[in-house]
Design a protein. Sequence first.
Length: 87
Amino acid sequence: MKVAVWDTYVQRLDGEIMHFDILVPDTLKDEKEIFEYGEKYLSKKPIETEGITMSHCNFCHIEKAPMDVENSVKENGYHIIEMENCD
C-alpha cells in the first residue's frame, strides 16, 4: 500500500510545537478528512493545543507503507508517526 505523508506542526499551549506525520491512503485527497484524523489524534493526547491549521499541515510525499502502518491505515483510516513534543 502506498500512503501520503502529511507533515504536521501544532502549537501547544505550553509554548512547545508538536510535530507529527499523518499517513493516509495515497488515494485520499480530501484535506478536511485528513485534518479530522489529526484532530482525532490530538483529542486522545493529554496536551492542550491550538489545533491543526492548513498552513501547518501539508502534503509531503508518497511512500510504500511497512506492514504495521498498512494495517493501522486499513483499520483506522490513518496512522500517526510522532516526531517531536508529542508526549
